[in-house]
Structures are given as structure tokens and as C-alpha cells.
Design a protein around this ligand. Structure first.
Ligand code: HEM
Length: 256
């Protein structure tokens, strides 16, 4: 459970003080940006009533805010800027996030963008054809079960935001990790895996836009490095956890 907390400060600022208030907060924001206790912050203005503002600050914890930031050398400069507006505060409290959170459908999942289940089935089918003809990887996958490509397609589909097919039919995260244990995958083999899956993505007609491919490759880098780790001599099975879900990251899809 995260210790992060969200502080909401609601202000009512008379219209004639608005410009000053905003410029004071633009300066005070420098102290928030510099504070290691501050995760992020945003000052929003009400659309229906221009006099209402809400400042949202995510802190690493309530204690870090109260005992850390407020006693730090950044605080006096912060306070000096915002002090004139303290009487205009209508609420200033910390809120703990609950489990009710999620994203809407404004941004398609990587799974939908890729073309759904069929796209991942095509991808892994092309990929394992290549793997079995590859000098470095063929020995690793010797005696591969015919359904392996379908299982990996289910896994990838789930990771990229599709239905939880792998979790429901194959045993989930722990099962996948266990399949790599003790295999002693080398860096050269990992790198070949990464190269071949990108060639397979081209041949299977997965989208080639910069945003999709960078998110796809980021996951492949992460996943293959974990595969190497868990295949090594000192790896311990991880605690049971859900299949990871990969998102677009810094570059969401371009929907012009
Ligand atoms: C993003 C990276 C990777 C993903 C998503 C992935 C995915 C999977 C999955 C889902 C399985 C289990 C299939 C099943 O349930 O039947 C599996 C098994 C396996 N993976 Fe990976 N893998 C990755 C990287 C690698 C790498 C880099 C190698 C070796 C170079 C590798 C070698 C194997 C082998 C040998 C098996 C066992 C196959 C068998 O059942 O005989 N994997 N992988």
C-alpha cells in the first residue's frame, strides 16, 4: 500500500487578486519542484466560478510533508509567496487514495492499437519460426511445445492491455517466470530475442508508428532483462503478483 497522500487546498480568490495569486504561485512552485517530498502538483481554476482554485499536491507521505517539507529550508520562501492568500483558504487537508481508480477509454490500449488478439497471434507465429531457425536461439527452444507461440501471444496480449487470457488459462505471472528459471539465458541470446521480435513485428504488420514501437520495445527490453535475471543461478522465484500491464509511457498515441 502506498504511503503517498494527496493534499487539496481550495482557495476562493477575488477576481481582482487572481493575477497576483497566479504569479505568486508560479514563484512558489519552484520550492515544490525542488522538494524531494513532493511527487507532483497542479493548480486548477474552476471553469464555472473563476474565483475558485484547487491546488493538488501529491506528497511522498503526510509525515514527509508535515515533518519534512514544512521544516526544510525551502519552506520559508514558499510561505513568503503564499502567505497573503492563507485567509482565502476554504479547505486544506490530506486525502489517501482508495482502490477506486483507473483510466477511461479516451486512449486506446497498446493491445487495441496493435490490432488485438490476431495481431499478437501473427507476431508470435512469425517470431518462433525465426527463433527455431536461429543459430543462437534454436538450442534454447529445442523440443518446443507447438502451443508455446499461442501462450506467449496470450501473455503479450494481456500485458498490453487485452483480456486476461494468460492469467485465466495458463497460471499467470508465477507460471511464466518459472518457465525461465535455470535456463541460463545469455546476453547475446537476449539481444537476439529482442532483434527477432522486432523483425517479426515488421513482418506480422504490427503498427510502425514511433509511439507504438517505442512502448513495445520498452516492454521487450524490460521483459527480456527479467527473463535473463530469472534464468540465472541465484534467482529466487518472485512473490506471486499479477501479470504486468504496460502503458504508452511518455509518448501517447498520435491521434491526429
Ligand atoms: C519479453 C520477454 C519475454 C516474454 C514476454 C516471454 C514469455 C514467455 C512465456 C509466456 C513463456 C511460457 C509459455 C507457456 O506458458 O507455455 C515463456 C517460456 C519460455 N521462454 Fe520466454 N519470454 C521472454 C523472454 C525470453 C528470452 C529472452 C528467452 C531466451 C532467450 C526465453 C526463453 C523461454 C523458454 C526457453 C521458455 C520455455 C519454453 C517451454 O515451455 O519449453 N524467453 N516465455
Amino acid at each position: 500500500m502506498t504511503t503517498q497522500t494527496v493534499e487539496y487546498i481550495r482557495y476562493r480568490i477575488p477576481e481582482e487578486q487572481s493575477a497576483e495569486f497566479l504569479s505568486a504561485y508560479s514563484r512558489a512552485a519552484a520550492q515544490l519542484s525542488a522538494a524531494p517530498q513532493c511527487v507532483d502538483y497542479e493548480l486548477a481554476r474552476c471553469e464555472e466560478d473563476f474565483e475558485h482554485y484547487i491546488l493538488r499536491i501529491t506528497w511522498t507521505s503526510t509525515k514527509d510533508h508535515v515533518e519534512g517539507f514544512r521544516t526544510s529550508e525551502l519552506f520559508p520562501d514558499f510561505l513568503a509567496e503564499i502567505r497573503p492568500y492563507i485567509p482565502s483558504i476554504e479547505e486544506m487537508r490530506h486525502y489517501k487514495p482508495t482502490t477506486v481508480r483507473g483510466s477511461g477509454s479516451a486512449v486506446p490500449t497498446l493491445y487495441e492499437w496493435a490490432g488485438g488478439a490476431e495481431a499478437f497471434a501473427r507476431l508470435t507465429s512469425v517470431f518462433y519460426d525465426k527463433v527455431l531457425r536461429d543459430d543462437l536461439l534454436a538450442p534454447v527452444f529445442e523440443g518446443l511445445a507447438p502451443e508455446h507461440a499461442q501462450h506467449v501471444a496470450l501473455w503479450l496480449a494481456e500485458v498490453f492491455g487485452g483480456p486476461p487470457g494468460y492469467s485465466e488459462t495458463q497460471g499467470g505471472h508465477g507460471h511464466m517466470v518459472a518457465k525461465h528459471m535455470g535456463r541460463g539465458i545469455t546476453e547475446a541470446q537476449r539481444r537476439r530475442w529482442v532483434n527477432l521480435i522486432q523483425d517479426a513485428a515488421d513482418e506480422a504488420g504490427l503498427p510502425t508508428d514511433a509511439e507504438f514501437r517505442s512502448a513495445f520495445l520498452a516492454y521487450v527490453e524490460w521483459g527480456t532483462r527479467l527473463a535473463v535475471h530469472f534464468s540465472g543461478p541465484d534467482a529466487k522465484p518472485p512473490a506471486e503478483q499479477p501479470v504486468p500491464r504496460w502503458h504508452w509511457g511518455a509518448a501517447p498515441p498520435y491521434q491526429g
